[in-house]
Ligand binder design. Structure first.
Ligand code: EPS
Length: 389
């Protein structure tokens, strides 16, 4: 069985980040500009802090690709941390002569406190550097390869922001074209009126030294039915997607389709009735299920939402304890973003793309991209599936 693996390595202020993707077929065409466009999109969004003025992320391919096509072996990507030059003593992989002060003030909401217990550390920096959401740059680099694979199969994975703080978007995109221009909006929201209110909300909260959470939505179009499986819990695609998206730093909830709202409606309104016509083949008129039934794709668009808690690094620090003295103290105060919801959507696209690409690899195998395409086509012909975007 072919599977896709993504490994990331790197610390927030270390020399850089690495992503290794194993399991892509050979012959897959990669687009360097598309990869780097995603790297840049992840850096955008009103509410980002000073660090994003320092970084200008790009993903450099160092293995597994020749003349723009995958070779079938692991693909390695390298993302430089420009900020490392300001951290060379504190984050050098090798011992330095200078005395580097330890951090002893864990921040509520971060990995800091439990991390030092678990990994037998005295310096919180040995935890926070890896726990940092900087790591998501490597996920987006790796996810870019999954997106390229999906694009070859006619699948698009897109995202938008549906809520920042208490403000909600009223726009429901139905087709890939409905996402046009989303990256030009300061909060990647498709509802211009809500977007203005979101920006204003971030400004007000930031002035009050607060951080802000929100909800992003990912939609995937053009999926073949039957990715994932009902036969075992590990193969259920909703479970795999939830794990991948919940693993994004600060994500506290994931929902599919109508999600938690489904709990409150009668069954007759909760499910998507089945139709068949000569022109459209099997289809549904609704998509409450968010494109998943029995842990498998239905072929309708996948709809997934992720809720981000407010970032736990606050410019007005919360109460904590100095772990060297156990005296009350204020949490570490670091330079920080105030809202990362727009970036969260871009990272979630990468994670969703990765899980979907993995599901295609599990179902269809194939050592060359054309073998994969042929296998998908033969399967869709067998079930009489009419492709849709
Ligand atoms: C982060 C803290 C901030 C963010 C960082 C995630 O970094 P710094 O401590 O250097 O100011 O900017 O996100 C990124 C660097 C990034 O590329 O997304 C954290 O604590 O998670």
């Amino acid at each position: 069985m072919s599977t896709l693996r993504l490994i990331t390595a790197g610390e927030s202020h270390g020399p850089g980040l690495t992503a290794i993707v194993e399991g892509l077929p050979a012959g897959l065409e990669l687009d360097r500009d598309a990869l780097n466009a995603d790297m840049a999109r992840r850096q955008l969004g009103h509410g980002r802090g000073g660090r994003m003025k320092i970084e200008k992320d790009s993903a450099e391919v160092t293995a597994g690709v020749r003349h723009g096509r995958t070779l079938g072996g692991p693909v390695a990507l390298w993302v430089v941390n420009r900020d490392y030059q300001n951290w060379e003593e504190r984050m050098n992989p090798w011992p330095v002569d200078a005395e580097v002060k330890e951090v002893h003030l864990p921040r509520p909401g971060h990995a800091d406190l439990v991390g030092v217990w678990k990994y037998r550390q005295t310096d919180v920096r040995n935890i926070l550097e890896r726990a940092s959401a900087r790591e998501t740059a490597a996920r987006v680099a790796g996810g870019g390869l999954a997106k390229a694979f999906l694009r070859a199969l006619g699948v698009r994975v897109l995202s938008h922001v549906v809520q920042i703080g208490p403000i909600r978007s009223g726009v429901v995109p139905q087709r890939p074209e409905d996402f046009d221009g989303v990256d030009d909006d300061p909060v990647r929201c498709l509802d211009p009126e809500a977007s203005r209110a979101m920006v204003e909300h971030i400004n007000v909260q930031r002035k009050a030294n607060e951080s802000i959470g929100g909800v992003f939505e990912v939609r995937a179009f053009g999926l073949t039915p039957g990715l994932g499986s009902h036969v075992s819990w590990e193969e259920r695609l909703d479970g795999r997607l939830a794990q991948a998206v919940c693993s994004i730093q600060a994500v506290k909830g994931v929902a599919f389709g109508d999600g938690f709202d489904l709990a409150g409606v009668p069954g007759s309104q909760a499910h998507d009735e089945i139709f068949w016509s000569q022109e459209r083949g099997y289809h549904r008129e609704t998509n409450h299920a968010g494109g998943l039934e029995g842990g498998m794709t239905t072929g309708e668009p996948l709809i997934l939402r992720g809720a981000l808690k407010p970032i736990p690094t606050l410019t007005k620090p919360l109460r904590s304890v100095d772990i060297s003295t156990r005296e009350p103290a204020q949490a570490l105060r670091e330079r920080t973003d105030s809202s990362v919801v727009p970036a969260g959507g871009v990272v979630a696209e990468a994670m969703v793309a990765f899980v979907l690409a993995d599901a295609y690899r599990r179902k269809f195998g194939g050592d060359h991209i054309d073998d994969v395409l042929e296998a998908v086509r033969a399967y869709e012909e067998r079930i009489g599936w009419k492709r849709r975007s």
